[in-house]
Design a binder for this molecule. Structure first.
Ligand SMILES: [Mg+2]
Length: 254
């Protein structure tokens, strides 16, 4: 991985920023700090101001694991595209694809909640039904390693099976044939007629975007790691502000 602020990173951003740029962001851990209670996450004022400025100069999209109903009030501004449930919700033209997922999520949610009633085994675990996918949060559990193991065992016993995508103190349970953030980003580039795109994300679900190898896409991961397909990184979430300022400056010069 190379730093966005390296010579190679700056060269790449020179190529990517041009008329028709689509700027795409994950939400939690990228635009908004990770918080102990996921329902307390908000878009910081400084980030919102910059996104508003950016949206006057380029198309802006948010692709998040949250549901659309959950993310919209947290943004307090209207991006050109808001995509929820890891790409399942909010993609123009894909509206009918998710109907069967709702029934599946109800069934999975019911089975999980029955097992999770055993609080001695699963203390600190919360299930969130996001209509088209589920999130099982365990940030409040005492021993994260232990609870991860117990939850994975439990998931394996549930039928029909789902795709388990780990996150930061959360397991995302997703219908096996559902689209991912990578599919969503490519579709957004198509419908917005984008000439290029830039993506910033911080987590495992963003790897579906990082794995896309396209000349017209630059993806940036928050935090350096050896197990990511992202080519570029910034070290800290706070540097997103700097990236937004740089994008605004570059777009104004076009
Ligand atoms: Mg994230």
């Amino acid at each position: 991985m190379l730093s966005l602020f390296s010579v190679a990173g700056q060269r790449r951003i020179d190529e990517i920023v041009k008329p028709g740029l689509l700027c795409v962001f994950d939400f939690d851990g990228t635009l908004s700090p990770i918080v102990a209670q996921p329902d307390q996450a908000r878009l910081p004022l400084g980030v919102r101001r910059r996104l508003l400025e950016l949206s006057k100069l380029a198309s802006v999209a948010i692709i998040t694991g949250r549901s659309l109903a959950d993310i919209r009030p947290r943004l307090e501004f209207e991006p050109d595209y808001t995509v929820g449930n890891h790409g399942i919700e909010g993609i123009p033209g894909w509206e009918g694809r998710s109907e069967s997922y709702e029934r599946l999520c109800l069934e999975w949610g019911k089975k999980l909640c029955e097992s999770l009633q055993d609080e001695t085994r699963y203390e600190g675990v919360q299930v969130e039904n996001k209509q088209y996918s589920l999130s099982v949060h365990y940030r409040l559990a005492r021993d994260h390693k232990k609870i991860e193991q117990k939850l994975l065992e439990l998931f394996g016993s549930i039928s029909p099976p789902f795709r388990v995508v780990p996150g930061k103190c959360v397991f995302n349970l997703i219908p096996p044939d559902a689209v991912n953030k990578g599919n969503a980003l490519e579709r957004l580039m198509q419908v917005s007629n984008a000439s290029s795109a830039i993506y910033i994300g911080d987590d495992f679900t963003d790897e579906d975007v990082f794995a896309l190898k396209r000349k017209d896409l630059m993806s940036i991961r928050i935090g350096i790691t050896s197990c990511s397909a992202a080519k570029f990184f910034i070290a800290y979430r706070a540097e997103v502000m700097q990236v937004l300022d740089d994008l605004i400056r570059r777009l104004r010069m076009l």
